[in-house]
Design a protein around this ligand. Structure first.
Ligand SMILES: [Zn+2]
Ligand SMILES: [Zn+2]
Length: 88
């Protein structure tokens, strides 16, 4: 697979610089305005300028639930491994 993701991100940065798209102050999902870091989430990487601005938290739980799940499973597994190590 060629690097669609990276190209899409570069396109967003370019468009931001040129003022084609404006980064909002609040998360589009939860409306959180305390998060300093909003991420440009691409529902479709073939449309680089179609982005959703979400906070870090929503980016995982809302935009990438599959990755979010994998992550927590991985973390649980790490915790389990640690516990097992302690036993031995
Ligand atoms: Zn949010
Ligand atoms: Zn995303």
């Amino acid at each position: 697979m060629f690097d669609l993701k990276r190209t899409a991100r570069q396109e967003v940065h370019k468009a931001l610089r040129q003022g084609k798209i404006i980064k909002p102050q609040i998360c589009e999902v939860c409306g959180n305005d305390r998060m300093k870091r909003l991420l440009a989430h691409h529902p479709d990487y073939t449309q680089p300028l179609k982005v959703k601005w979400v906070c870090d938290q929503c980016h995982w739980s809302f935009a990438h639930p599959d990755i979010c799940m994998k992550r927590s499973i991985k973390q649980k597994q790490i915790r389990k491994d640690k516990r097992n190590k302690n036993k031995v």
